[in-house]
Design a protein around this ligand. Structure first.
Ligand code: NAD
Ligand code: UFG
Length: 341
């Protein structure tokens, strides 16, 4: 298949692009490099021995996007990663998020729908908010979004569903990721947060590497077995595989409706302290940490019921938490070398 990957030089997009290329598919990457760099393209090329065609284009530049689709009239599918994703920033700058995440999606849909190109959309478990029941299955209602970022994912899903209703030949899959972590086994690509990391794993690895004084664990007085919050941490290569399976699923016409949503997680919840202990055991590195106050807006627990995607596509997460954490550590060490160059 010939696949256009928007945001293909970002964290999840790069890992997915590698997997697609390794599986013999042709990848075209569109990215404006706002949260990535050409070094990632080098990483993809070094892993796969192929340099995918790359367009440094902003998705909101409709003319440029139309030109790409006019040039490539045989695209079999689009995976749409390009968006802003920082929850806190979205609270401070909501318009920035509504503009990019919604207008980018609309610009893309305007090209996809007339050409009947199927779409895989990056959604998030954030659309559920604090669900009433664990594990969370896809019938769990969308609660009021906790941030403008979360709201852009809810709106994005609604826009795509409406387009599928209005255009019988347009097909889409909404993938609701739980917490993606880890890096490619070669450590040639990984997660590179700008500035101070907001997410647990990059903060943890940077604390172990001595770039941060210590990991601050946000609260140990939650109603969980050890008092710290619980999440479903999924290896980014497992997540990449879910995208490939989704493309094949649509390509082979196995979908039961024009637009379906699927959770992508491991089905297992781990607390922050369990993550720390697993990291220490699997890397033999001590994590410097202290317990601090709760982080405003954090939900207590979120982990996926993954039966729907397992049954529909035969996809199941393969990597353990320990393997994902080891790969994150390997990437932390390797990326320090890259930075030093
Ligand atoms: P990322 O920031 O690493 O990657 C996004 C990429 O898109 C970047 O390379 C950026 O330069 C590019 N981009 C952004 N706006 C663009 C635009 N207008 N035009 C062209 N390129 C643009 O993020 P990620 O972690 O890889 O996330 C990918 C997708 O998955 C996002 O939609 C995100 O909301 C979603 N998601 C991420 C997580 C997570 O924890 N990482 C969880 C759930 C959902
Ligand atoms: N945590 C710490 N210390 C830190 C960072 C995080 O204790 O320095 C804790 C948090 O309190 C939380 C857990 O680690 O309990 C996970 O936090 P992350 O920030 O890594 O992840 P979140 O679950 O809060 O959110 C992430 C993304 C969202 C996305 C969501 C679901 O940031 O964009 O996963 O995919 F929507």
């Amino acid at each position: 298949m010939k696949i256009l990957v928007t945001g293909g030089l970002g964290y999840i997009g790069a890992h997915t692009s590698v997997l697609l290329i390794e599986q013999g598919h042709q990848v075209i990457i569109l990215d404006n490099l706002e949260n990535s760099s050409l070094r990632v393209l080098d990483g993809i090329a070094s892993i796969t021995n192929q340099r995918p065609l790359f367009y440094q284009t902003d998705l909101r530049d409709r003319k440029a996007v139309v030109e790409i689709f006019n040039k490539h009239t045989d695209i079999d599918g689009v995976i749409h990663f390009a968006a802003y994703k920082a929850v806190g920033e979205s609270v401070e700058q909501p318009l920035k998020y509504y503009d990019n995440n919604i207008n980018g999606l609309i610009a893309l849909l305007e090209c996809l729908i007339p050409q009947e190109i199927p779409l895989i959309f990056s959604s998030s478990c954030t659309v559920y908010g604090q669900a009433d029941r664990m594990p969370i299955d896809e019938t769990s209602p969308m609660k009021k979004a906790a941030s403008p970022y979360g709201y852009t994912k809810q709106i994005g899903e609604n826009i795509i569903q409406d387009c599928a209703l209005a255009n019988s030949s347009f097909k889409a899959i909404l993938l609701r990721y739980f917490n993606p972590i880890g890096a490619h086994a070669t450590a040639q690509i990984g997660e590179t947060p700008n500035g101070e990391p907001q997410n647990l794993i990059p903060y943890l690895t940077q604390a172990v590497a001595g770039k941060r004084t210590e990991l601050r664990i946000f609260g140990d007085d939650y109603d969980t077995p050890d008092g710290t919050c619980i999440r479903d941490y999924i290896h980014v290569m497992d997540l990449a595989a879910a995208h490939l399976e989704s493309l094949l699923y649509l390509h082979e016409g196995k979908n039961s409706s024009a637009c379906e949503c699927f959770n992508v997680g491991t089905g297992k919840g781990n607390s922050v302290l369990e993550v720390v202990k697993t990291f220490e055991k699997s890397t033999q590195k001590k994590v410097p940490y202290s317990i601090v106050a709760r982080r405003p807006g954090d939900i207590v627990q979120a982990y996926a019921d993954t039966h729907k995607i397992e049954k529909a596509m035969g996809w199941k997460a393969q990597y353990s938490l320990a393997e994902a954490l080891q790969s994150a550590w390997k990437w932390e060490v390797h990326s320090a070398h890259l930075e030093a160059q």
